[in-house]
Design a protein around this ligand. Structure first.
Ligand code: HEC
Ligand code: HEC
Ligand code: HEC
Ligand code: HEC
Length: 209
């Protein structure tokens, strides 16, 4: 059919066509459909990332139940997230949500609150307030050793020492005299203890739910 002189060219052309078809087939099977939509990557990756479960809890997650704390947090700490001092609290949130769903209106909720209370508040406070070169000079800072000397607390080595003189939720306030006394278990349910549904607006929750 072909002359001997051109046969090798036709064979070469055939091999190239086969290679091209093979390449397109493999490419179509392996490259994700949204590749190149916005640039040299998979466009749908944006949605995949956005759909991932959120890992960090926000203040809103916590104040949804701890409504009074929305107002109790002082001006200076109102933007400090709960997780800075209390940790993620995911197990707590799940357990309390279950308890909330099962509870009758107005009933005090009981749920897992393990691991929420900081045991070394000094290091947490100093993480943000120890004086450092490069820290915005407007941000309130102390030099721990000097601050202890100046103010002379009862037990300067205690990991809770800052609590003797500062209320963590509102550091502009001084703690009341009985703060830190651990034998106050008999006091009535804390005002901030969430209930299944507040029966009426109280001055604390202001009704702004
Ligand atoms: C700067 C650190 C810090 C931040 C930020 C913080 N807490 Fe606290 N919180 C503490 C410490 C320390 C205690 C223990 C207080 C005590 O023993 O007197 C406490 C106590 C509590 C208590 C139990 C006593 C009470 O006052 O009802 C709850 C509930 C609570 N925090 C929830 C929250 C929530 C919700 C947020 C976020 C809106 C938050 N906290 C932000 C440090 C913090
Ligand atoms: C679904 C409601 C709900 C959510 C959301 C919630 N809590 Fe609580 N929380 C409660 C209840 C109810 C209690 C009291 C539980 C008890 O006494 O058994 C409590 C108690 C606490 C205490 C007191 C622990 C103690 O030993 O006295 C702290 C601290 C606390 N929560 C922090 C948080 C933080 C931080 C978040 C956000 C990550 C959060 N909570 C989210 C319902 C909730
Ligand atoms: C995540 C960072 C962070 C942590 C943790 C933190 N603080 Fe603060 N603190 C702040 C910020 C931000 C301000 C407000 C600075 C401003 O107003 O410009 C502030 C303000 C203050 C002030 C000045 C209060 C005022 O009203 O003038 C004091 C005192 C203070 N914090 C003490 C503490 C103590 C005690 C702890 C530990 C229980 C603590 N802070 C933990 C970030 C933090
Ligand atoms: C014995 C009481 C006492 C103890 C304990 C104490 N403070 Fe203070 N703190 C004070 C007083 C009083 C002031 C206000 C006067 C001043 O600036 O010294 C203050 C002020 C501050 C300020 C504001 C400084 C500024 O420049 O505005 C910060 C931040 C602070 N303290 C953090 C801490 C931290 C963190 C701890 C724990 C490591 C702590 N304090 C322990 C008494 C104390």
């Amino acid at each position: 059919m072909f002359s001997r002189d051109t046969l090798h060219l036709w064979i070469l052309a055939g091999v190239l066509v086969l290679a091209a078809v093979g390449f397109m087939t493999v490419r179509n099977l392996t490259v994700p459909p949204s590749f190149g939509q916005f640039g040299h990557y998979r466009g749908a990756a944006l949605q995949t990332a956005a759909d991932k479960e959120r890992k960090l809890t926000t203040r809103g997650d916590c104040t949804a139940c701890h409504q009074t704390l929305k107002h109790e947090m002082g001006k200076s700490h109102e933007r400090v997230h709960c997780i800075e001092c209390h940790g993620q609290g995911k197990a707590h949130m799940t357990a309390c949500a279950v308890a909330k769903a099962a509870a009758k209106p107005g009933e005090n909720l009981i749920c897992d609150k393990s691991g929420l209370m900081p045991t070394n508040i000094r290091d947490i406070c100093l993480h943000c307030h120890q004086q450092m070169v490069g820290r915005n000079p407007k941000h309130p800072q102390i030099i721990f050793e000097e601050h202890m000397k100046d103010n002379d607390p009862k037990d300067p080595k205690s990991p809770m020492v800052c609590m003797q003189c500062h209320v963590p939720h509102d550091p502009s306030q001084e703690p009341s005299d009985d703060a830190g006394d651990k034998d106050d278990a008999a006091k009535p349910a804390d005002a901030a203890t969430p209930t299944a549904a507040p029966a009426a607006a109280t001055p604390e929750n202001g009704g702004d739910q």
